[in-house]
Design a protein around this ligand. Structure first.
Ligand code: MTE
Length: 337
């Protein structure tokens, strides 16, 4: 798929080379994101690559994922001048309420999430509805690596190299009808095994639900991720399939998706249902619209500690304004937070 991004999204090649362990497997293709011609690239890892992906545990990827890696587009990078967050931080400081409410719970309880077999239903206002095994769902598409900032509404952030497919590619495949104005996403429900869903006193009315307007979903930055750091997604990060919408607060990036529905009305999302005055449907990263209980002007970039909080200014649309601001022209972002 050809996607043309403005120069603001361009980055140095040194920001993108993945770790040495799979450099030998990787077959470079021309990066349509950066407008590069198809070309063979050197297959030598540099010292900095090893540092970037240090701590990545050995993969236990299914065969379909391994075979997809060989044709992955590695240079689709959209986080200019950033350093990738260490794997250990991205995989042990998580929000995934199905696996527990504390930041360490998702990793500790990761085994409770059963990801094989995995089925994804695509339904609603589409010409081609379907029920797919994950493998068949991904099969028609080429994986792309996207290095994105992820900004949580709680004011922490990280930079993650995702592996996924553009959401727009899937939508084109299923062909939304004229009534398909929004995309609604749903996470699995497994009350027997998922610790966060076992309790009948929990606040969340499962399943976790998220949504996008169709034009947001078609934006080239929106992806469905199946991997990160050159591996399949760890369970705590939303295996085996999650949404990544980098210009929005992290709660929009719904994990462990089992259903994608095209709908006519704006879907009622989980956090809106819990506290509509605190979490809106749009949830665009916006340093000038504070959360009612804290400022959104700054954020802690992980790793962040007491003596080195690593605080930085938050960027409008998380730094992706060139790509997405036009989606909201004429809208009052204080009202549509
Ligand atoms: N998806 C589901 N199904 N359940 C969740 O609790 N948490 C969200 C989002 N997706 C969540 C979810 C929130 S609040 C954030 S900030 C991101 O996942 C965190 O993603 P990460 O743990 O990979 O950093």
């Amino acid at each position: 798929m050809l996607i043309k991004l403005p120069p603001a999204s361009a980055c140095k090649e040194s920001d993108v080379t993945p770790e040495s362990i799979y450099l030998s497997r990787r077959k470079f293709v021309g990066s349509s994101m950066l407008g590069l011609a198809a070309t063979a690239m050197p297959v030598l890892a540099r010292a900095e690559d090893a540092v970037r992906y240090a701590g990545v545990e050995p993969a236990k990827a299914p065969a379909w994922f391994q075979s997809k890696l060989s044709s992955t587009q590695w240079q689709a990078v959209v986080a200019k001048g950033e350093t990738i967050t260490p794997y250990v931080d991205a995989t042990q400081y998580n929000n995934f309420y199905e696996l527990g409410a504390n930041k360490g719970d998702p990793k500790a309880n990761a085994a409770a999430l059963k990801t094989e077999p995995w089925t994804v239903v695509v339904d609603g206002e589409v010409a081609n509805p379907g029920r797919y095994n994950l493998e068949d769902f991904i099969q028609p598409h080429q994986l792309e690596e996207r290095i994105y900032r992820l900004r949580c509404v709680e004011a922490w952030s990280m930079v993650v190299p995702w592996l996924g497919i553009p959401l727009s590619a899937l939508l084109k495949q299923v062909a939304p009808t004229s009534k398909g104005k929004f995309v609604r996403f749903e996470t699995l429900v497994d009350r027997e095994n998922l610790p966060g869903q076992k309790s009948s006193f929990g606040l969340i009315d499962w399943p976790y639900v998220e949504g996008l307007r169709i034009d947001e979903a078609m934006n080239p930055l929106a992806i469905l991720a199946v991997g990160m750091y050159g591996r399949t997604l760890p369970n705590q990060n939303g295996a085996p399939l999650r949404l990544v919408v980098p210009w929005k607060y992290g709660f929009k990036s719904i994990k462990s998706i089992v259903r994608i529905s095209l709908v006519e009305e704006q879907p009622k999302t989980t956090w809106q249902s819990l506290a509509a005055d605190e979490y809106g449907f749009y949830a665009n990263v916006n340093p000038s619209v504070d959360h009612p209980r804290w400022t959104q002007a700054r954020e802690r970039r992980l790793p962040s500690g007491l003596f080195s909080p690593n605080v930085r200014d938050t960027l409008m649309f998380n730094g992706y304004g060139d790509e997405v601001a036009s989606l909201y022209s004429g809208m009052d972002l204080r009202v549509n937070y």
